[in-house]
Design a protein around this ligand. Structure first.
Ligand code: HEC
Length: 175
């Protein structure tokens, strides 16, 4: 028993002698910091003139070509909207999401006239570039998904702004 207990101690001493060679201990520049190595003195490098980031061209094409709206696209839009936009915009798009209820700046409701009149491309644009205090979601939402979310927002707008006359089954039952 005594011998067993004594075993870990030499092991610990041996480990303590190891040098930490992990990369976090090497000389490095801070993100967006100064970097005298480069002529412009900045750590953040610009892509060489005339280059296109991998996948950027395909994304640009997808962004300019709205996919046909069908049930699958709407379902995808609902899924993405609920995952990404609801914390602020709320499940029905009234701008009363959970983080807003806890003090985050409130977005406008999708059901105000100005946004009901806005074309789908406007919603795609807001997702791509952000708007006011809302930051851009371009790096988190692929172009096709942006169109899917825009289509779903349109469906939300219809759902909240429908008139009884537009739902004949209901209209028949009412006096
Ligand atoms: C972290 C909170 C937050 C998230 C998440 C968020 N938004 Fe927003 N959004 C805002 C706020 C706040 C505003 C109002 C910004 C302002 O007026 O300065 C806004 C504004 C908007 C507007 C209205 C622009 C206008 O013309 O008034 C649209 C459209 C919109 N967001 C779409 C989306 C979509 C689609 C998503 C999901 C992909 C999303 N937002 C995710 C907070 C958010």
């Amino acid at each position: 028993m005594r011998r067993l207990l004594a075993l870990p101690l030499p092991l610990l001493v041996a480990l303590g002698a190891c040098e930490d060679q992990s990369m976090r201990r090497q000389a490095r520049y801070e993100v967006y910091g100064k970097a005298p190595l480069f002529p412009d003195g900045a750590e953040a490098r610009r892509p060489p003139e005339g280059t296109v980031a991998r996948g950027a061209l395909a994304r640009e094409v997808a962004l300019r070509a709205p996919p046909p709206v069908d049930a699958a696209l709407l379902e995808r839009g609902r899924q993405r909207y609920e995952a990404i936009c609801t914390p602020c915009h709320g499940y029905t798009g009234h701008g009363d999401g959970m983080v807003v209820q806890r003090g985050f700046p409130a977005p406008p409701s999708y059901h105000e006239d100005r946004l009901r009149a806005a074309p789908a491309a406007y919603f795609v644009d807001v997702i791509t570039r952000g708007y006011g205090v809302m930051y851009a979601y371009a790096n988190r939402v692929e172009p096709r998904d942006r169109w899917a979310i825009a289509a779903y927002i349109r469906a939300l707008q219809l759902s909240q702004g429908a008139r009884v006359a537009e739902t004949p089954e209901l209209a028949e039952k009412l006096p």
